[in-house]
Design a protein around this ligand. Structure first.
Ligand code: G4P
Length: 530
């Protein structure tokens, strides 16, 4: 039986941000492997393939060969209780990916050693930066030649505007990756490549830099190169500063290879030491301390029909404070109604299990028949609400064209539901007429459109098709009414209204957007809904 202080201190809740193919699946597997949640790497992928056969998204998943659903993985490592929030990546990239970051206390930014910072990394980094989320960088695939590490680090700094501290440094001998130097602890970790292609943990040998054995093991040229690199880093690099890491101003950078397991365990150890335990969260009643007694939490994601046999939805609740107990009655703050947290679920690797108790930082899945919405607060501490989850601007827009115009009512009901779940954003061409002839839907990732059509058809009996709108680049617009109208009706701009009647403009290309932002000074443009 442990108290809340201990529970909070032990917890680490984080997400991995990366561009597709950087190795997120592989790294996730290795973390689960080290955490004892799986015994042989390869099983997450194997299970992912297996799930295609049973999931409700079956057809979509099978057709695309990807998984639409995502979850939370919990495991223990050296006394830490870890919640790894899975961020939908490839084609299933969606607002959920962004929202998951709001539920995390820190993020691991995974980079490919040849590609460095890529488009998706940039977008996800921007969300973290806005929230000042501490970021830990892991440069992956060091088992093969990549960009010079010094250049890679300075590219990250220039591209993302964050200072870097090289916490580890790769060691190559005769072109082969043999280990990393842990700068904080002054130790060299040498790895041996297993016979099983990284399915089990890497054999490791830790030595001090001045250990004569190291000299022999590395050979003189490698040893000299390392000493030279380290001297350069000491002189020219940013110094270690735990406060700056927690403030999101400095990212420690680690080098390794998820595939061969090299550098994964030293990274995990350091990360767990440095990453924040569940942090206080902003609410309408000020900061809520995780260690305060009364339970609070918020919904950051809703997943429909995870279990094909039920029409239930699962709302993912991030516990922010207090102790959560099964069967507990709390307040659903938006409606001020009591809400019973019946049979919540937790997730071990990719299995679901019922839980009795959860602590701050944990994520529980709550079965719900339609009461909960994204951003809702559940509270045993009175009517407080956590600062809303921002709505992230869609990257794609399309008109919804009904095949059967008589099903308009069902379409509206379906779209309302999808909007509440955060699976779609709906826009209209007029501020007052929110049931105009053709609603427009917005999505962050393209697969969201397929999911929308699929669900409209299977849950609401609506067959529709989507006509893509070429304009993208949305900006919400505020300012004096006459000015807003003038700016909005200029040629080449598309004016829409969101579900709450707030106007936004779409632009045909980045150039038109920038041109307008620079010239139209009488109004304000917002990337995220004001
Ligand atoms: P993702 O989830 O970020 O999209 O990446 P994933 O883990 O699926 O990895 C993408 C590819 O990169 C995979 O190769 C994977 O094996 C490889 N990879 C991951 N980590 C490392 C590493 O440390 N070193 C090297 N050299 N490669 C790595 P693939 O051929 O696309 O797939 P697979 O056939 O191996 O599954």
């Amino acid at each position: 039986m442990h108290d809340i202080q201990t529970a909070v201190r032990r917890r680490r809740t984080f997400a991995i941000i990366s561009h597709p193919d950087a190795g997120k699946t592989t790294l996730t597997e290795k973390l689960l492997l080290y955490g004892g949640a799986i015994h042989l790497a390869g099983s997450v992928k194997a299970r992912r393939a297996q799930r295609h056969a049973t999931s409700d998204w079956m057809k979509l998943e099978q057709e695309r060969g990807i998984s639409v659903t995502s979850s939370v993985m919990q495991f223990e490592y050296e006394g830490f209780q870890i919640n790894l929030l899975d961020t939908p990546g490839h084609e299933d990239f969606s607002e959920d990916t962004y929202r998951t970051l709001v539920a995390a206390d820190s993020a691991v930014m995974l980079l490919d050693n040849r590609r460095g910072v890529e488009e998706r990394t940039r977008q996800l980094f921007a969300v973290c930066k806005r929230r000042r989320t501490p970021i830990f960088t892991f440069v992956n695939k060091c088992d093969r030649a990549g960009t010079d590490p010094l250049r890679l680090v300075s590219d990250v700094e220039a591209d993302l505007g964050i200072a870097c501290y090289a916490a580890s440094w790769p060691i190559h001998r005769d072109g082969a990756f043999v280990g990393v130097y842990d700068r904080r602890h002054g130790r060299v970790h040498l790895f041996a490549r297993g016979e099983d292609h990284g399915a089990t943990r890497a054999a490791e040998q830790a030595l001090a830099l001045d250990d004569p054995a190291l000299h022999t093991l590395l050979g003189a040229p490698t040893h000299e190169q390392l000493a030279h690199d380290l001297a350069l880093l000491d002189e020219a690099g940013h110094p270690f500063d735990a406060g700056a890491i927690l403030a999101g101003d400095l990212t420690p950078v680690y080098f390794g290879s998820a595939l061969t397991n090299f550098g994964v365990e030293p990274f995990l150890r350091d990360f767990l030491q440095l990453a924040p335990a569940p942090t206080p969260r902003e609410s309408t009643a000020g900061l809520v301390e995780p260690t305060s007694d009364a339970f609070t939490g918020f919904v950051f994601k809703i997943q429909a029909n995870m279990d094909p046999r039920h029409r239930d939805r699962v709302a993912f609740v991030r516990v922010c404070s207090g102790r959560y107990e099964a069967g507990m009655e709390v307040m659903h703050v938006r409606t001020r109604k009591p809400f019973r947290l019946a049979a919540p679920q937790q997730f071990l690797a990719r299995e679901r299990v019922a839980v009795d108790v959860a602590w701050p930082g944990d994520v529980v899945g709550v079965m719900d028949r339609g009461t909960l919405r994204i951003g809702d607060t559940l509270s045993a501490a009175g009517p407080i609400e956590f600062s809303g989850i921002p709505r992230f601007p869609p990257e794609h827009f399309a008109r919804v064209v009904l095949t059967d115009p008589m099903r308009r009512k069902q379409l509206d009901a379906g779209l309302r539901q999808l909007t509440e779940e955060g699976a779609a954003q709906v826009f209209f061409t007029s501020a007052t007429e929110t049931t105009g002839p053709t609603p427009i839907v917005g999505a962050v990732g393209l697969l969201q459109f397929d999911v929308m059509l699929h669900r409209l058809q299977h849950e609401y009996g609506v067959t529709a098709r989507l006509e893509r709108i070429s304009a993208r680049y949305p900006r919400w617009i505020t300012g004096p009414k006459a000015e807003v109208e003038r700016v909005a009706t200029e040629r080449g701009r598309t004016l829409l209204y969101d579900a709450s009647g707030a106007p936004l403009l779409l632009f045909e290309d980045e150039w038109a957007l920038r041109w307008t932002l620079e010239r139209e000074r009488g109004v304000q443009f917002h990337e995220v809904a004001p």
